[in-house]
Design a protein around this ligand. Structure first.
Ligand SMILES: Cc1cc2nc3c(=O)[nH]c(=O)nc-3n(C[C@H](O)[C@H](O)[C@H](O)COP(=O)(O)OP(=O)(O)OC[C@H]3O[C@@H](n4cnc5c(N)ncnc54)[C@H](O)[C@@H]3O)c2cc1C
Length: 424
């Protein structure tokens, strides 16, 4: 790796930062992207295919601009939040989105909070460069909402841990190098206390990743089998038995990301925003219906409030505060809001949402989905928004207990040994 970090630091003035960023952009951002940026973010997407962006991206990462507030040894620039905002004023119009969202939002917070310095130096720079992607090996067939009851075992063998179990719904495991894995190291301890957090190398031949295809036809998540996988003790993240606490650094980052409050800025998963619907309704004539106008402008207003609220959470995090239960508020609202927006999108299309032709001769169980309009795929994908990253019901429990101070949900097995509790 030949990082060419920008020559700026905490003592740099705003003028120096602007000069450095502008100079870097002129030297390294392809002219077609810069020209398109004048016409807006969508115009950039049109001239910048994802594959081209991915090929170029390590150059951006090596400048330190992708994670400007991180320390320089992890490919950041060690800047303050205020300085990073100055850089953003130059980079923002170029729509230089950060790749590797699970690495940045799920793995990195855990590595910062619980990793050793050796682990941070090994794993963080390839995350920033998008050289090594990550996934989250938490959920199991019998442990989703009640994650702490999970059954994947990790047994110590000298300097190694032997991991055996099955994970499911593992987003992007099929294209990840590493997985953050929560496993049970002490079955005789209460369920939350017997867990330990590990970094699993998915290239190990004893790991089997099997793709799951979802209703819109795409593959996003997987089943993952760990069949006696050998994990060195140096790949343990945090103390033995402290896995629950360490994994929560990841879960909080995930909730922010799914709600759009995370630094990755994923504002919605599935479909497109209310502004696009309004444009579609304007062009296909349905906008003349006052009830449609009322519905779409109401969604637009609600989406704007959601965005501003997310910006406030982001600002709190950037200022050094913790998102905590606040991230769950965004998650609960965003999931349901996006489902309403995507349902409206299919209504706006009218019969266009139902009839389609497949140009590609697709076969197999996903063939029917090959010709689905973009809006319908978005609507189908959005059904998962109230499940992924913790279900709405469970996040409401979190809000009730941690924000409103209501009594905790009763759990008769809370302090009972895990191997003495009934499980599905
Ligand atoms: C698109 C997508 C991506 C995902 N990606 C990942 C991933 O990368 N890694 C990973 O580890 N997991 C992932 N998951 C799994 C996800 O975290 C779980 O699906 C989720 O936590 C729910 O668990 P479950 O599916 O087992 O449902 P269950 O826990 O069995 O819940 C079933 C129903 O019961 C309700 N319920 C459960 N407990 C309570 C309670 N205490 N109070 C009230 N209602 C309750 C739930 O709200 C739900 O409606 C993903 C899921 C989806 C849909």
């Amino acid at each position: 790796m030949t990082a060419m970090l920008l020559d700026v630091d905490r003592s740099s003035t705003d003028a120096e930062l602007l000069h450095a960023a502008t100079h870097w952009v002129a030297a390294h951002v392809p002219p077609t992207w810069r020209e398109a940026s004048v016409r807006g973010r969508n115009a950039i997407r049109k001239v910048r295919p994802l594959a081209e962006y991915e090929a170029w991206y390590p150059l951006f990462a090596d400048s330190g601009l992708a994670v400007a507030t991180w320390p320089r040894e992890y490919l950041g620039l060690g800047l303050t939040q205020a300085q990073a905002r100055v850089l953003d004023s130059v980079l923002g119009p170029l729509n230089l989105g950060r790749l590797n969202p699970l690495g940045l939002n799920n793995a990195a917070p855990a590595l910062f909070a619980y990793g050793t310095e050796e682990q941070r130096l090994r794993y963080l720079p390839p995350i920033v460069r998008n050289d090594e992607r990550w996934c989250q090996l938490f959920s199991e067939p019998g442990a989703g909402s009640d994650l702490a009851s999970l059954a994947t075992r990790a047994v110590r063998d000298g300097d190694l841990w032997i991991l055996t179990g099955q994970k499911v719904w593992t987003t992007w495991a099929h294209e990840s190098r590493f997985g953050l894995c929560l496993a049970r190291t002490d079955p005789s301890a209460p369920k939350r206390k017997g867990l330990t957090y590990f970094i699993v190398d998915l290239e190990d031949p004893r790991v089997t990743v099997r793709e799951l295809r979802h209703i819109g036809g795409e593959v996003d998540f997987n089943e993952v089998w760990l069949d006696g996988v050998e994990v060195p003790d140096t790949s343990r993240l945090g103390a033995i038995g402290e896995g629950w606490r360490a994994a929560n650094a990841t879960l909080s980052g995930e909730r922010q990301m799914v709600a759009g409050a995370g630094s990755g800025g994923v504002d919605r998963i599935g479909g497109s925003g209310a502004d696009r619907l309004i444009r579609t309704a304007g062009s296909n004539g349905i906008w003349s219906d006052s009830l449609v106008r009322q519905r779409l402008t109401s969604l637009y207003a609600e989406e704007s409030v959601r965005r501003w609220t997310n910006e406030r959470v982001r600002a709190t995090v950037k200022a050094g505060g913790t998102p905590g239960p606040g991230a769950s508020i965004g998650k609960v609202h965003q999931g349901a809001l996006n489902q309403r927006i995507q349902l409206a999108a299919t209504d706006v299309l009218g019969t266009g949402a139902l009839a389609w032709e497949t140009s590609a001769p697709a076969t197999g169980p996903q063939a029917w989905a090959a010709g689905l309009p973009y809006e319908v795929k978005g609507m189908l994908r959005s059904r998962a928004n109230t499940i992924e990253g913790g279900t709405t019901e469970v996040n409401k429990n979190v809000l009730g207990e941690q924000v409103l101070g209501l009594p905790r949900e009763p759990d008769p097995y809370h302090e009972l040994a895990w191997n003495a509790t009934p499980r599905s």
